[in-house]
Design a protein around this ligand. Sequence first.
Ligand SMILES: Cc1ncc(COP(=O)(O)O)c(C=O)c1O
Length: 392
Amino acid sequence: MAKKIETAMVQAGRQPVKQQGLVNPPLKRGSTVLFPSMAAKRETGRHILEPVEIYGLCGNETHFALENAIATIEGGRHCQITGSGLSAITVPLLAYLNAGDHLLMPDSVYGPSRTFCDNVLRRFGVETSYYDPMLDEPGIAALFRPQTRVLFTESPGSHTFEVQDIPMLARVAHARGAKVFMDNTWGLHHFQPFQHGVDVSIQALTKYAGGHSDIILGAITVNTDEDWHWLRRGALELGNYASPDDCWLALRGLRTLLVRLRAQDEAGRRIATWFAARPEVARVLHPALPSCPGHEFFQRDFTGACGLFGVVFRPQFSAEDIVRMIDALQLFGIGASWGGYESLVLPTTGTIHRSAGTGVFEGELARFHVGLENPDDLIEDLDQGLAVLRGA
Ligand SMILES: Cc1ncc(COP(=O)(O)O)c(C=O)c1O
C-alpha cells in the first residue's frame, strides 16, 4: 500500500521488534565493530554500499535509520548523512568533479557554497561560473561548455528567494551530459527533487529536520545506483561523519516535522502578507506571493512553503534604521540559521555577495524566520518594530 507522507514519516527507519519493543530507534555510538571471525569481517566489508555496520565511520543503525527516513521524505533511493548542511554541499561536489571541470552555480547560492567554490574548488582546478537564477532556456544553454559537469541549483535562493525553473534547467543540463545538484533545504518535502529532474538533492538537516536549534547535520540523497556508487565512495574517502547523537535528535525531529512545517508555513504566509500591505515595505520576497521572482514556478512545482522569507524596505530607510527596528523587536531572536521553533530576524543586505549582477533591490533587506509563537503576538511585535523604523 502506498503510504501518504505523514504516515511514512512516522514509520520510516523504525523497526520496533528489532528494537526490543522501543518506539524510537536506539542511539548507537561506536568506532570498532567486532566480528566473530576474519571470514565474517571480510564478507561484511564487501557491502560498503549497503546499510551494514563495518566500522563506525561507515555508519551504524542510528545513521541508517535517519538515511532511510530522509530518502523517504525526498522521494529518493539512497541517502548519505553528513556532518553539516555545508558538508552536504561540499562532499558531492568534491566526490564528483575533476580538475579541468566547469561548474555552474546560481548567483543566489548560499554564501559559504560560493566561498567553497571560489577558494577550495578553484585550488583543485575546477572553474565556477555564476548564473542569474532566473535565466531562461537559451540563456542558461549558452553558459554550458564541453567541460560543464554540474549545474548546481538552490531554489529558492539564499536571502533573495528566487524560485528556479528546475525542470527546464534539468532538461538543458541533461541534454549536455551534466548532472543537476540542488540545495533543497527550503523546499523540504514540498519540492520533490527527483520528480523534477534533480540528480543529487541536498538538505541542511540543521534547519527544520532538527527543528529545535540544537544540532548541525546534512543529508545527500540520490535516486540511482550509479549516483550512489560515486557519492558513497566519495563520502567515505573524504572521511565524512556525523555524530549519532545529532542523527538521533534529527530522527526524533522528523516525526513532528510535517506538523511544525504546516504551522510555520501558515503563520509565515500570514505575516508575509501583512508585511506586503505595510507602507514601510517595498516588496516581500516570499515564494508564495506574486512579488517574489519565480513565484509561477513555486505555484507549479511546490506543495507548500516554510517560514523563511525576505522583506525589502522602502529606499528611505537606511541600514541603521533597519538595525534599530531589529533591536526593538522582542520576539525575534537575532542569529544565524533557521528552521527551529523560534522566530528569528537578520539584516541581509550586507551579506549578499553576487557576481552575475543579480540580487539588486530598491531598498534594504531583512530575513525573517517565523517560529511557532502565536502569529498575533508576532504581528503586534513587528508593528511596534515598524514604528521604531519610522522614528515614531
Ligand atoms: C540554504 C542553506 N543550505 C545550507 C546551509 C548550511 O547548513 P549548516 O549550517 O548545517 O552547515 C544553510 C545554513 O544556513 C542554508 O541556509
